[in-house]
Write a new protein. Structure first.
Length: 333
């Protein structure tokens, strides 16, 4: 199957959205430019694309049962793709923190345990939850994939309900915001939607189905009510702007794009391939550099500087790290 270059283009666009989202842009500007309908949805979009690409990979490899999907070497190889770049970024972050004396107290009190716990939680900085979420994604994905493969649209509906059930359980057990953000379970629906879009002949009918239009309208209504009217959901109490209900708006749009568009654009493809490395760079960048760049009076120039810095260093990081990671993966026999 020929690789769809537009997938990397989308990843390139959404990682730029992540940088913009974490920049010092005022709330008034965000609302005026309708960020809740596009920029704010960058991470759910990445989760959907991850489900889409992973499902295509499973189909291409002919994986037919859960036992094959959970074969230890397969899981290890997938984990290493996240572990390798994150470990490098974490060490760099730790060194910088030590230079500024910000890690000293925690390490002295708890020793290596404090560092290990911080590592498992994704380190520090904007979006640090993403690393543990993706590590969990590797484990959760095969289950979602086989549900969608067997039950198709009914399976997708079931995953939507399961996502809602998780939100109820979160309330019942008094889960806090910090713990909630670290769990991949809040993205069950968009991951399942990515699988749904990748499997079978769904591509042919998705763009015309009334269900897609209904989802789009329902999702847009939820985003508008929450972002512009002061409406507070009773069940979705954390991260409402990226919840599974906003996924209703995102899924039909990305579904159409993934199924209909096949164009490439080399610069954005490179950025897309390096998106995880760029993400790691921006985590550190927004701790130590963004405050200085925020002094730039022109918001547009400030954004350009932040995007160029993160993308340039992230792409360089990708090319330096990618070969090392591939070498390590090749040694797993």
């Amino acid at each position: 199957m020929e690789r769809n270059r537009f997938v990397d283009v989308l990843k390139g666009i959404f990682i730029i959205f992540v940088i913009v989202l974490h920049s010092a842009v005022s709330m008034t500007t965000r609302d005026t430019w309708l960020f809740p309908f596009w920029v704010n949805l960058a991470v759910p979009a990445f989760m959907l694309i991850s489900g889409y690409v992973s499902a295509l990979s499973e189909e291409r490899r002919g994986i037919s049962n859960l036992q094959d999907s959970y074969e230890p070497k397969r899981l290890l190889k997938k984990w290493i793709r996240f572990l390798s770049p994150f470990s490098i970024a974490f060490v760099a972050e730790w060194i910088v923190f030590r230079v500024f004396g910000l890690y000293t107290v925690g390490v002295r009190e708890y020793g290596i345990f404090a560092l290990l716990l911080d590592f498992l939680r994704g380190g520090k900085g904007q979006g640090s939850y993403y690393f543990p979420v993706m590590m969990q994604f590797v484990v959760l994905f095969p289950i979602i994939y086989y549900i969608i493969r067997k039950y198709a649209l009914k399976g997708l509906a079931g995953c939507f309900v399961a996502n809602g059930f998780f939100e109820v359980l979160k309330l019942a057990y008094g889960m806090g915001d910090y713990e909630y953000r670290l769990l991949v379970l809040r993205y069950i629906f968009v991951i399942a939607a990515g699988c749904y879009l990748a499997i079978g002949n769904i591509h042919k009918s998705w763009k015309t189905t009334s269900l897609a239009v209904g989802c789009l309208v329902a999702g847009a209504l939820f985003i508008y009510l929450f972002s512009y009217t002061g409406y507070t959901p009773k069940i979705i109490t954390f991260w409402q702007g990226t919840s599974f209900l906003t996924g209703l708006f995102l899924v039909p749009i990305l579904g159409w794009l993934l199924c209909k568009v096949r164009v490439g654009f080399k610069p954005l493809e490179i950025v897309g391939k390096a998106s995880f490395n760029i993400f790691l760079v921006q985590m550190i960048y927004f701790i130590f550099v963004e405050e200085t760049c925020a002094l730039i009076p022109n918001v547009g120039l400030h954004l350009v500087v932040s995007i160029v810095n993160c993308v340039a260093v992230g792409v360089l990081f990708y090319y330096l790290e990618h070969r090392l990671t591939q070498f390590v993966i090749s040694k797993i026999k």
